[in-house]
Design a protein around this ligand. Structure first.
Ligand code: SAM
Ligand code: SF4
Ligand code: SF4
Length: 351
């Protein structure tokens, strides 16, 4: 099921570092290693649309680890420095530490990170660390066991994820990122408990506005809690100070607790869009390149790779796709009629 993309590809010269049509570099690649998940979060993969017998990619459709490593090497050759493994649930690929080991040795790659729901992390975190995994982001939407269960589609258990955090701390991950998707009327009453729990631990809680990624989650703007409101609510109890961005293209706005108890972040794609210096591309588990989280189609790299394309050919394709990129969906979202656009699903390309 090939998707062709209506861009005219002009192949760049060897060694060129591509810039998109807005002058943005490609420095960050998110790699979805599997589209399956053991959770069914309603904002991502609602149970009614993804029952247990849903057909995900087959093993032969998914990229093999050596294919991922090869593509990562090609991306590194044109400027990518950071890789993030995601999914679906990336730890459903049992031998993920082996992939991390391969990627950590790719010349030019400075950072390999993981985003996970934490359910399968505890007994593999040491192997991941030993393989060279630098950073971990875990997703926790609430500490309340009943709401946690419902926000994972009846599949998750908060105790397991808290145990994974303890295991990660014991393995030396002293500054985890904790992602919390905020949905009005569902978990927004529990957010101060999360702040209280993680304040002072060294971990960084990041509140993400519920986004209109994909088309299966029936997104409604009413369910979005604007970060500014949430920030004000938190600051009433624990005064906050704005912090500088760590690097260009950082998605979270950073705030520190005025009393020195660490930092929190807000990812406000809906109310405070931030496409200006977005330097991220996404590779789906079946080898398609997406230049925006809200893209409707990706560019197939697996086909040419399996048909014998050279590294130079593949670098040329990636550079040409990037050169043609003009994405700034968050900034123009309000111009689009809600529901009028097809978006690739989040679990297919990762967060
Ligand atoms: N399964 C892993 C996990 O949940 O961490 C990795 C993949 S998941 C797609 C990556 C991130 O996307 C998670 O932190 C998740 O909460 C976030 N996410 C998924 N759907 C979202 C939505 N509609 N709006 C905002 N964030 C979303
Ligand atoms: Fe799975 Fe992550 Fe999507 Fe939840 S957000 S359904 S854990 S991929
Ligand atoms: Fe980047 Fe697309 Fe998100 Fe804008 S909407 S920040 S271009 S991924």
């Amino acid at each position: 099921m090939g998707i062709s993309i209506p861009v005219r590809l002009e192949l760049p010269k060897r060694g060129d570092v591509p810039r998109d049509r807005r002058g943005r570099l490609l420095t960050d690649l998110r790699i979805s290693v599997v589209d399956r998940c053991n959770f069914r979060c309603p904002y991502c993969m609602p149970e009614d649309q993804y029952p247990r017998d849903h057909e995900f990619l087959s093993k032969s459709e998914r990229l093999r680890f050596e294919e991922i490593e090869r593509l990562a090497t090609i991306f590194a050759g044109i400027g990518v420095r950071k890789l993030r493994l995601t999914g679906g649930e990336p730890l459903l690929r049992r031998d993920l530490p082996e992939l991390v080991r391969q990627l950590a040795h790719v010349p030019g790659i400075e950072d390999v990170a993981l985003t996970t729901n934490g359910s399968l992390l505890a007994d593999r975190v040491v192997a991941l660390r030993d393989a060279g995994l630098k950073r971990i982001t875990l997703s926790i939407d609430t500490l309340d066991p009943v709401t946690f269960a419902s926000m994972s589609g009846g599949r998750g258990e908060i105790g397991t994820v808290l145990a994974a955090i303890a295991a990660a701390e014991a393995a030396g991950y002293s500054q985890l990122k904790i992602n919390t998707v905020v949905m009005r009327g569902i978990n927004d009453g529990h957010l101060l408990d999360l702040v209280e729990h993680f304040r002072g631990t060294g971990h960084i809680l990041r509140f993400i506005e519920y986004m209109d990624v994909g088309t299966c989650n029936d997104w409604k703007r009413d369910l979005v809690v604007p970060s500014a409101q949430l920030r004000a609510r938190i600051a009433e109890r624990w005064p906050l100070v704005a912090l500088e961005r760590n690097y260009g293209g950082e998605v979270a706005q950073r705030y520190g607790f005025a009393d020195g108890a660490g930092e929190i972040g807000f990812i406000s794609s809906v109310t405070e869009p931030f496409c200006g210096d977005c330097s991220r591309a996404r590779l789906s588990a079946d080898g398609r390149l997406y230049t925006c989280l809200f893209a409707s189609a990706g560019h197939d790299l697996r086909g040419p790779m399996r048909a014998g394309a050279t590294d130079q050919d593949l670098a040329g394709i990636v550079s040409a796709v990037w050169n043609a990129r003009d994405d700034r969906y968050s900034e123009i979202r309000s111009e689009a009629t809600p529901g009028s656009r097809e978006h690739v699903e989040m679990y297919a390309i990762g967060g």
